[in-house]
Design a protein around this ligand. Structure first.
Ligand SMILES: Nc1ncnc2c1ncn2[C@@H]1O[C@H](COP(=O)(O)OP(=O)(O)O)[C@@H](O)[C@H]1O
Ligand SMILES: [Mg+2]
Length: 360
């Protein structure tokens, strides 16, 4: 894995979570000590995620108690016990004394660092590593995020086998760097996006071929155009074509029907569910962004389209970011978090604005 953590970034539906889970499974299979967290942006987010961290640590550590314990590993488990006792996440016992005075100060940065030192250096002796997987990391509270970055930093310097492997929206690298300026050098940043056309074609073709079915060439091209190469849409259109096809050959007519039906399904589910999370004023903002297509919008332009002062846009923008519907790719700009949102808004403009009062 090299000496750095990994950060997977991309829009919703590009396959970050699938990839994170795969890396997690491989780390587990290699006997590493792993913890998997999903960050959430709400009032109790910080407490929830720290409790989850402590609980997962205890569960992971219990597996280790079945192996032969070296002295250092035994100490490390004691540190996990004391970290957990401080946070009070679970009453599961490790059957090992609490390592009092380690990882129990109540300051998350200090505690995490002591935890990482004890656990990773003990595991390193056994050629194993300690790995924290964090999904939706842009939603992690600033303090826990800072603590994880700081721990990765010290681990890199001291050669402790500790890795943060994270996934999040395209602005995650910026959020990390704003939290700790040195974060830029700590991670391998891996942006995920559309699949190359040949890979997208394989993703459609291979599962069908395994079941003895094939695509007419025109059908495959048509589906590929409709998916835009986005994994979630490949999944959706591929499944719809499969369900609509009468025989073992998926025809162009099947593909045409799949594109129509699949689009309706996406509109009614994937897109609609996001749209419905927005309040009336937030919907006006989402509509105003659509003029820029799937590219990002300058907030100044969006405000103008809504006949608002840029400063009045702030609260709506913040609320939409909190709901995960838009993100800020850079200062002064916003973009949809899902691919195809502008096309959805264009397709359904009349429906979405039935009262005619959203677009002015
Ligand atoms: N490499 C891939 N090829 C084809 N489909 C994929 C690939 N990666 C993910 N998918 C599919 O795309 C969808 C979205 O994946 P997910 O990991 O949840 O995305 P994200 O976490 O980026 O929002 C899932 O239905 C998954 O099955
Ligand atoms: Mg995901």
């Amino acid at each position: 894995m090299g000496d750095r953590g990994i950060v997977l970034t991309g829009l919703r539906g590009v396959g970050k979570t699938v990839l994170l889970n795969e890396m997690h499974a491989r780390a587990e299979a290699a006997g590493w000590l792993t913890v998997r967290l999903e960050a959430r942006r709400d009032e109790r987010g910080a407490t929830t995620v720290r409790r989850a961290l402590a609980r997962e640590l205890v569960v992971a550590a219990r597996k280790l108690t079945r192996t032969t314990l070296t002295g250092r590993l035994r100490d490390a488990l004691g540190t996990i016990s004391s970290f957990n006792a401080k946070i009070g996440a679970t009453s599961i016992e490790l059957g090992i004394g609490v390592n009092a005075g380690r990882a129990d100060s109540g300051d998350v940065e200090v505690d995490l660092l002591e935890l990482v030192e004890d656990v990773a250096s003990a595991l390193g002796e056994k050629r194993r590593a300690f790995c924290v997987f964090v999904d939706e990391m842009q939603d992690l509270d600033a303090e826990t995020m800072g603590a994880l970055i700081a721990a990765q930093h010290v681990a890199n310097q001291r050669d402790w086998p500790f890795y943060v492997v994270a996934a999040g929206l395209p602005d995650l690298p910026r959020v990390l760097t704003e939290t700790r300026s040195y974060a830029e050098r700590l991670f391998n940043y891996r942006p995920l996006g559309k699949l190359a056309r040949a890979d997208a074609a394989d993703a459609l073709r291979e599962p069908a071929e395994r079941l003895g079915a094939e695509y007419e060439p025109e059908a495959l091209e048509r589906l590929l155009d409709a998916t835009g190469g986005y994994p979630y849409f490949i999944q959706e259109f591929g499944q719809t074509a499969w369900n609509l096809a009468a025989g073992r050959v998926i025809t162009d007519a099947d593909a045409l029907a799949a594109v129509q039906f699949g689009t309706e399904q996406l509109d009614a589910g994937f897109f609609r569910s996001r749209w419905e999370r927005a309040t009336r004023s937030e919907r006006r903002l989402l509509l105003a962004m659509a003029a820029d297509g799937d590219a990002s919008s300058a907030t100044i332009d969006v405000a103008r389209r809504m006949s608002l002062l840029p400063s009045s846009l702030g609260p709506y923008r913040a609320a939409l970011i909190g709901k995960g519907l838009v993100y800020a790719p850079e200062h002064g700009r916003i973009a949809y978090t899902v691919p195809g949102m502008s096309a959805y808004v264009d397709r359904n403009r009349d429906d979405l604005d039935a009262a005619g009062d959203l677009a002015r």
